[in-house]
Design a protein around this ligand. Structure first.
Ligand SMILES: Nc1ncnc2c1ncn2[C@@H]1O[C@H](COP(=O)(O)OP(=O)(O)OP(=O)(O)O)[C@@H](O)[C@H]1O
Ligand SMILES: [Mg+2]
Length: 536
C-alpha cells in the first residue's frame, strides 16, 4: 500500500466524527485514510455491499499539555468523560465560546486549542503514514453553511499555525452534492439533509455557473436545528435509567460506559427491530438490562418532539428558498447524509416530505465531495479563478516581503491580453537574472495594487516592489513554480535603477498564467505568451 503520495486531501471535521480522504489521481477516486487504533470503522450496507468507513471520533484527551490521545484511542482507554477530555469541539467553536478547562497537570486548554491540537494530530497521521506532504498538499476543509465566516476565520488561523499553505474551504452541503455521484448541471437544485451527531442542517443549493467567492453552488435556503445523534443518546440514556429505576445523579460514575452502550443500542435499532442489552458497571454495581424495541425508540422520539423539529427544520429551509423563487417542485433530489439519517423513521419522514430522496454514504459523502472539489472534474464547474495569485516583492522601506496580486480570485478567464502590466527595474548595476515567482494565496486576500506597479529586483534577483504604501501581510502562501522557476536574463546586463523590462500577464482559456516579457532596451521579446503555471 505504501509509496503512494497524494497531493490532494480533505478533512471533514465533524462534531462526532472526522474523516480524512485523499484523491487518487490514477484511479480518479477517493481513498479514505485508516489509522490503526485511531480510526474506528463504521459499516453501512448499500446495494448488497458492506462499506467500511474509517472515522476518527472527534475526541482528544490530554494527559498533560503535550501528551494527547485522539479518536478511538480515547474511547478504548475509556477516557471520554475524564478531566482532560474534549469532545463536541466543533459545536463550541461554532458557538464562539471560549471556556478554559484545567488539565490534570494544571495547565489550561479551551475548545479552540483542543480542536487545533486534534486537527494537528489528524494531519500528522497523514504525514507520518507518508500518504501526504501536508505542508504542500492541497487540503480542503469542510465548513458548516451556518457560521461560515467565523468558523473559516478560526480555521485559516489554525491552518497557518499548522503550516498548511494550500487550504481551501468548502461548505458541507456543497461538498455533499459533489460527494454524491450526481451528474451536475447548472440550474439543478438539491436539498441536502445532513443529520450528524450535533446538529441537523438542511440546505437548499443551486448549481450555478457564476458564483462569487469561488463556489460553484449557491445556498438558497438553510435551516439548522440543535438536535443530533447525541441528543437522541441523551434521551435514550435517561429512558434506560428510568426503566432500571436509577437516578441520573447516581448513575454518574457509570455514565461513560452507559452512554457508549446507549449509542450502540440506538444504532443497532436502525437495522433491527429490537435489541437485548445487559451492561454492568463493575465499580458501582449499576446494571442496565432489558430489551428495547425500535417502536419504543420511535415513541420516545415522538414524545420528545423530535419528528416535529425535523419537519419544521425542513419547512424552514424551504420557506427561505421560496423567498428567492425556488420551491419544492424545483428540487431535483433531496440528498440524505450524516449518521443520524440512517434511522428508518427519519428516512420515512423525509420521504413523506419529498418524492426524490436519495441516500448514499452517510459518513463519507461530505469528505469525498470535499476531495473531489479539488479535482479538475469539479473545477470545470467554475468559470473564474478561485484563489489569489501573487508575485512576491520586497518592500525596502518596511524591510518585509509582501505579495502583489497579479490575478485576484473571482477573475473570469480567459482575461484580456494584458490583464496585468508591470515594469521591472534592476536595483544594481550589472544585474543579470530576474526571477518571476508566482504564489498562491489561501483565503485571506493579498493586497491588490491598483494599476500597473513598479517593481524592481534586489540583489538576489528578488523582486522589489516600490510603489509606496499599499500592501500588507497576506494569508498563507504557496510557491507555485518553485520546482520550475522562471527567470528573465538581461543581455546586456541591466543597469541599476533603470526600467528594463515590461512584463504583462494574462490567463488563457486553459487557466494558465501566461507572461510576455519585452526588453525595453533591445526591444526584443524574451517571452511570448509563455505559460508559467496553471491556476485554479
Ligand atoms: N446506524 C445508525 N443509526 C442511527 N444513528 C447512527 C447510526 N450510525 C451512526 N449514528 C449516529 O450518527 C452520529 C454521527 O454522525 P456523523 O458522523 O454524520 O456526525 P458529524 O459529521 O460528526 O456531525 P456534524 O455534521 O453534526 O458536525 C452519531 O450520533 C451516531 O450515533
Ligand atoms: Mg458531518
Amino acid at each position: 500500500m505504501g509509496g503512494m503520495r497524494y497531493r490532494q486531501m480533505a478533512v471533514d471535521f465533524g462534531t462526532s466524527n472526522t474523516i480524512v480522504a485523499f484523491w487518487d489521481e490514477e484511479k480518479k477516486d477517493v481513498v479514505l485514510h485508516e489509522v490503526e487504533d485511531v480510526t474506528r470503522p463504521f459499516h453501512f450496507e448499500q446495494d448488497g455491499l458492506t462499506h467500511r468507513i474509517p472515522c476518527i471520533p472527534s475526541l482528544i484527551y490530554y494527559e498533560n499539555r503535550h501528551t494527547t490521545f485522539v479518536g478511538e484511542q480515547v474511547i478504548a482507554k475509556m477516557l471520554e468523560n475524564q478531566q482532560g477530555a474534549f469532545r463536541w469541539m466543533k459545536a463550541y467553536i461554532r458557538s464562539g465560546r471560549k471556556i478554559n478547562f484545567s488539565l490534570p497537570d494544571g495547565s489550561a486548554v479551551d475548545f479552540f486549542i483542543a480542536a487545533r491540537d486534534f486537527l494537528e494530530k489528524v494531519l500528522l497521521f497523514a504525514a507520518e503514514s507518508g500518504r501526504a506532504d501536508v505542508q504542500n498538499a492541497e487540503v480542503a476543509f469542510t465548513v458548516p453553511v451556518e457560521s461560515f465566516e467565523d468558523y473559516t476565520d478560526w480555521l485559516s488561523e489554525t491552518c497557518r499555525e499548522l503550516g498548511i499553505k494550500r487550504y481551501r474551504f468548502i461548505d458541507e452541503s456543497t461538498a455533499c452534492i459533489f460527494g454524491y455521484d450526481t451528474h451536475l448541471q447548472p440550474g439543478d437544485v438539491f436539498s441536502v439533509f445532513d443529520f450528524g451527531g450535533g446538529t441537523l442542517d438542511v440546505s437548499i443549493v443551486r448549481i450555478e455557473e457564476k458564483v462569487d467567492r469561488g463556489r460553484g453552488c449557491r445556498v438558497l435556503g438553510k435551516a439548522g436545528c440543535r438536535i443530533g445523534g447525541r441528543t437522541i443518546d441523551g434521551w435514550l440514556y435517561a429512558d434506560l435509567l428510568s426503566r432500571a429505576k436509577v437516578q441520573v445523579v447516581d448513575a454518574r460514575p457509570a455514565s461513560a460506559l452507559f452512554m457508549q452502550q446507549v449509542e450502540q443500542i440506538k444504532e443497532y435499532l436502525s437495522d433491527h427491530t429490537s435489541r437485548e442489552y445487559d451492561v454492568e458497571h463493575e465499580n458501582s454495581g449499576l446494571r442496565l438490562k432489558g430489551v428495547y424495541h425500535r417502536g419504543e425508540l420511535e415513541d420516545l422520539l415522538e414524545k420528545k418532539g423530535f419528528y416535529h423539529d425535523v419537519h419544521e427544520t425542513l419547512e424552514r429551509a424551504e420557506s427561505r428558498s421560496r423567498e428567492r423563487g425556488v420551491d419544492r417542485s424545483h428540487i431535483k433530489e433531496l440528498l440524505l447524509v450524516g449518521g443520524t439519517s440512517q434511522i428508518p423513521s427519519v428516512r420515512r419522514l423525509v420521504s413523506s416530505f419529498h418524492r426524490n430522496v436519495r441516500f448514499y454514504r452517510p459518513f463519507d459523502a461530505v469528505a469525498r465531495g470535499a476531495c473531489r472539489y479539488l479535482t479538475s472534474e469539479i473545477e470545470d464547474l467554475y468559470d473564474h479563478i478561485q484563489h489569489d495569485y501573487a508575485i512576491k516583492s520586497y518592500d525596502r522601506r518596511a524591510r518585509t516581503y509582501r505579495f502583489l496580486t497579479l490575478v485576484p480570485r473571482g477573475t473570469r478567464y480567459p482575461t484580456e491580453p494584458e490583464f496585468k502590466k508591470l515594469s521591472l527595474a534592476a536595483v544594481r548595476d550589472q544585474q543579470r537574472f530576474f526571477g518571476i515567482d508566482i504564489f498562491e494565496i489561501s483565503e485571506k486576500g493579498a493586497t491588490a495594487a491598483g494599476g500597473s506597479g513598479e517593481i524592481m529586483f534586489d540583489l538576489n534577483g528578488q523582486i522589489v516592489f516600490d510603489n509606496g504604501g499599499n500592501g500588507g501581510f497576506a494569508g498563507n502562501e504557496f510557491w507555485m513554480n518553485e520546482a520550475n522557476p522562471m527567470f528573465i536574463e538581461a543581455e546586456p546586463l541591466a543597469e541599476g535603477g533603470a526600467k528594463r523590462f515590461s512584463v504583462s500577464f494574462r490567463v488563457c482559456a486553459q487557466k494558465n498564467l501566461r507572461v510576455t516579457v519585452r526588453d525595453l532596451l533591445t526591444h526584443k521579446r524574451l517571452y511570448d505568451d509563455y505559460a508559467v503555471v496553471k491556476l485554479k
